[in-house]
Structures are given as C-alpha cells and as structure tokens.
Design a protein around this ligand. Structure first.
Ligand SMILES: Nc1ccn([C@@H]2O[C@H](COP(=O)(O)OP(=O)(O)OP(=O)(O)O)[C@@H](O)[C@H]2O)c(=O)n1
Ligand SMILES: C[C@](O)(CO)[C@H](O)COP(=O)(O)O
Length: 232
C-alpha cells in the first residue's frame, strides 16, 4: 500500500465526435484496439501495480477477453462507467486499493513511460500533478455571437492531458464534494482544485493526443506504423 500507484483508465464514452458506429476506443490501430494500446503502456510500467478499466456495460465481456489475450494481468477490475466521464472515473476510483491514483483516458495511447514517471514524481512533491503542454495557438474568448471578448496571455495557458495523479483519498473526497455540490468537471484536476488540493502541471508531449475526431486517427495510424518500423 505504501506509495503504491494504481491507474483508472476510462473507456466508457460513446465517441460521438468520431462519428463511427464502433466506439473510438475499440477501433483498431495496426490490428489492435486503441484501448489495448493504452492498457499496455501502464501494464509495462514498473510504477503501476493495479489497473482498473472502466468501460460500457455492453463491452465488459470483450474487454475481459482482451485482458486474457494480451496478458494484461495488472487489470484487477473491469467496471461499467456512467453517463459522464466524471461518473465513470468515480466508478473506477472506488475499486482501487493503492495510495496514489493516476486517471487516464483510454483514448490517449501515446503517453510515454517517462511522462508517467514524471507526473508521479511531481505529485509526490506537490500533492497532485497533471501532464500538459503549453498552447501553441493564440486563444481568444468569444461570445455566443462570435464577437471576440478578450485575448488571454498565452504564456499562462496550458492544454491539459492525462494522466492526472493524486492521493487516492484526496481524489475520492474531491469527487464526493463535487457530487454533493452538483459540479461536473471536464477533468479530474478541476475537482481537486476546488477542494483546495495543490496541483502542478508537468510538461508532456504534443504527441499525447486524445483521439477525438477522424483526423486524430490519421495521426494515430502514422505514429503506430512508424513505431513498428523503428522496432523491426
Ligand atoms: N461517460 C463517459 C464519457 C467519457 N469517458 C471516457 O473519457 C475519455 C475522454 O473522453 P472523450 O474523448 O470526450 O470521449 P467520448 O465521451 O467518448 O467522446 P465524445 O465526447 O466525442 O462523445 C475517453 O476515453 C472516454 O471513453 C468515459 O469513460 N465515460
Ligand atoms: C481529461 C481531459 O483529457 C483533459 O484534456 C479531457 O478534458 C477529457 O475529455 P473531454 O473531451 O473534455 O470530455
């Protein structure tokens, strides 16, 4: 238990922006489901002792089969998710037994081992940490009618990724407070922030994309193919 690290991998979304009949986390990259690529990164990581996979109720069985076929023996539980990402994460959190937790999107298969380690190290120092990259574009705040309201200083803007790392007890409390207060956040850190937990960003890589729309699949296929060519 002491300083043990678990990960909740959420894969219970429907992938509406991808627009495919099959949910995006099950699309194949070089013959293997995206969710399996993601699970393998954490399976192979020495820091990680326990994985909880959160998926759709109707996908539990095929996920169980993949766990066997791909020998993902760190996966200790596969549980059904909820309507929103936040509900899915909570379903996973309550199944973990570790002191620390990382929450990771099932559709971010390109996170690298050293980034996972750096995120954990920073969380140990600060209390919580998230991978992120500085935004490359100029960002504008725009009203519903398309009128530009402001141009925030780009130097203070970061695009937030996963994994996001916390003490499990802190994150559970933050999730339960958000539920009580009727708050829905788009990431885990936002719930921790409102609970007063200090969170630090750790600079990651622009390659750690969240596969969201069809153009992301082109990038994903290119990346996996190149990786395969480098290894052969
Ligand atoms: N109710 C939900 C919604 C999302 N997720 C997961 O959270 C991650 C990030 O979410 P996103 O990319 O927004 O996925 P979807 O909700 O599936 O996509 P969309 O918004 O396009 O429907 C994904 O791995 C997704 O499967 C989840 O477990 N449960
Ligand atoms: C958690 C997250 O990956 C941070 O970028 C993201 O907010 C979750 O996905 P969504 O597209 O915002 O639902």
């Amino acid at each position: 238990m002491s300083n043990s690290v678990g990960v909740v991998i959420v894969a219970a979304g429907r992938g509406t922006r991808m627009g495919t009949t099959e949910s995006k986390q099950y699309l194949l990259l070089q013959g293997k489901p995206i969710i399996v690529h993601t699970l393998e990164v954490f399976q192979q990581h020495e820091l990680i002792s326990e994985i909880v996979l959160v998926t759709g109720e109707e996908d539990l069985e095929r996920c169980r089969e993949w766990i066997q076929v791909y020998k993902l023996d760190k996966v200790k539980a596969i549980v059904p998710g909820g309507t929103e990402r936040q509900h899915s994460v909570y379903s996973g959190l309550i199944k973990l037994h570790t002191q620390w937790v990382m929450v990771h999107d099932g559709v971010r298969p390109f996170v690298q081992s050293f980034e996972i380690a750096a995120c954990y190290e920073r969380a140990r120092e600060i209390g919580a940490a998230v991978l992120a990259v500085p935004v490359k574009d100029t960002i504008k705040q725009v009203d519903g009618g398309g009128k530009v309201l402001s141009t925030p200083d780009r130097r203070s803007l970061w695009a937030i990724q996963t994994p996001q790392t916390f003490r499990l007890s802190d994150l559970l409390e933050a999730y339960e407070a958000a539920e009580r207060d009727g708050i829905l956040g788009t990431d885990d850190s936002s719930l921790a922030e409102r609970a007063g937990i200090p969170v630090s960003v750790v600079e990651g890589s622009y390659r750690n994309i969240k596969i969201t729309t069809p153009d992301d699949l082109d990038f994903a296929e290119f990346t996996v193919r190149n990786r395969g060519e480098r290894q052969s």
